[in-house]
Ligand binder design. Structure first.
Ligand code: GYE
Length: 316
C-alpha cells in the first residue's frame, strides 16, 4: 500500500513539474543594446518577469544597430514565436519587416520606444514612458530653480539622446515647449550624445571649449551622458551643481548618488521596469484579448528641492 501511495505521489508530482516547465507562450524580444544602466536594468526586468510569468523568452541584443534589430525580428518570424516585442532604436524604417510579421500573423508590441509610420495596424501597442512629459518636468524644474535663484538670463546646452529616437525627440519637444514662453531661457546648442557616457564627455568638452563659462545649464537626456560630462566640467575648475545647473533623466542609482552629493541638481525618473506590463500584454494577445494602445508608467522627479537622503535604493 505504502509503495503504491509513494508511486502515485511521485507520478502526480512529476506531472505537475512538467506542466510548470511548459511555457505558456514564446516571446521574441529585440533589445536596443547595453548602452546604459537603464537599458541593463530593463533587460534584467524583462528576463525576470518572463520567468515569473512562465513565458519562454528569445532575447536578442542589437548592440545599437537597426539592421541587427531587423534581422532579429526576421529570425523571430522564421522561428514562429507567438508574440514579437522590440524597442526600436530609431523611429523610422520598420514598415517592411513589420509587414512581414503581420503577414505571418504574429502580433508586435513596442517596448520603451515608438515608431513613425504612415501605415496603420503594424503594431498592437506601446508600453513605455511618456518622454514628452519627462521633458516638461525637466523644464518645469528649471523654471522653478531660476525663480528661486532669481536668475535673469539662462544659457542652456542640451546633450541629446540617439538622433531620431523617441526619447530624444520627445524629451527635447517637451522641454522646448515648456521653456518657449520664458524669455530668460536660451538654448545655445543641442548636440547628439547617443545616450553614451563616452559621447557625453566628448560633447561636454566641445561645448565648454565653445561657450566657456557662459553655460548656465546642462540638460542631458540620460544619466550616462551626464556622468560622462561631469568630470569634464570639473577639469575646467567649474563646479557642477553649483556653477552650472545639471539636469538629467533616468534615475539610476549612480546618478542618484551624485545628486545626493550635490553635483547633479535634478534627475527626472524614467523607469526601466516595463517587464510586468509586457508579459501581461503578450499573454492577452496570445489569448486574442484586447489590449490598451498605450501604457505609460507613473514617473517622478528627484531634485535638490527635496530631502534627497530619503530617496530609496533604485535597483538599477
Ligand atoms: O533614457 C537611456 C537609454 O529609451 C528610455 O535609452 C530609453 C533610454 C534611456 O539608453 O538611458
Amino acid at each position: 500500500m505504502i509503495l503504491l501511495l509513494l508511486l502515485l505521489l511521485s507520478v502526480t508530482g512529476c506531472g505537475k513539474s512538467v506542466e510548470q516547465r511548459e511555457p505558456k507562450l514564446l516571446l521574441g524580444f529585440s533589445q536596443v543594446g547595453s548602452e546604459s544602466a537603464w537599458r541593463i536594468g530593463n533587460t534584467r526586468d524583462i528576463e525576470e518577469q518572463a520567468g515569473y510569468h512562465g513565458i519562454s523568452l528569445m532575447l536578442e541584443n542589437a548592440n545599437q544597430k537597426q539592421e541587427n534589430q531587423i534581422a532579429a525580428i526576421r529570425r523571430f518570424i522564421a522561428y514562429k514565436v507567438d508574440v514579437i516585442a522590440f524597442s526600436p532604436i530609431v523611429e523610422e524604417g520598420w514598415d517592411n519587416v513589420l509587414e512581414e510579421a503581420r503577414e505571418a500573423g504574429i502580433p508586435v508590441i513596442l517596448v520603451d520606444r515608438d515608431i513613425s509610420t504612415t501605415k496603420t495596424g503594424l503594431t498592437k501597442c506601446l508600453i513605455g514612458a511618456d518622454f514628452y512629459k519627462e521633458g516638461v518636468m525637466a523644464a518645469e524644474y528649471l523654471i522653478r530653480k531660476a525663480d528661486t535663484l532669481g536668475l535673469e538670463h539662462i544659457n542652456i546646452v542640451e546633450i541629446s539622446g540617439t538622433l531620431n529616437s523617441t526619447p530624444m525627440r520627445q524629451r527635447q519637444a517637451g522641454f522646448y515647449d515648456t521653456i518657449a514662453d520664458d524669455p530668460r531661457m536660451t538654448v545655445l546648442e543641442s548636440i547628439d550624445g547617443d545616450f553614451l557616457k563616452s559621447r557625453g564627455a566628448e560633447c561636454m568638452r566641445y561645448l565648454l571649449d565653445k561657450y566657456g563659462d557662459s553655460i548656465d545649464v546642462v540638460y542631458s537626456h540620460n544619466d550616462e551622458m551626464t556622468l560622462g560630462a561631469l568630470p569634464e566640467i570639473e577639469k575646467k575648475g567649474i563646479a557642477p551643481g553649483e556653477d552650472i545647473i545639471i539636469i538629467s533623466i533616468d534615475g539610476g542609482q549612480e546618478a542618484i548618488d551624485v545628486l545626493k552629493k550635490g553635483r547633479i541638481n535634478c534627475v527626472v525618473e524614467c523607469t526601466p521596469r516595463l517587464g510586468w506590463q509586457l508579459m501581461e500584454t503578450a499573454l492577452k494577445l496570445k489569448n486574442g484579448e484586447a489590449v490598451d494602445a498605450v501604457i505609460h508608467p507613473e514617473e517622478q522627479v528627484f531634485s535638490d528641492e527635496q530631502d534627497v537622503s530619503l530617496i530609496a535604493p533604485r535597483g538599477y
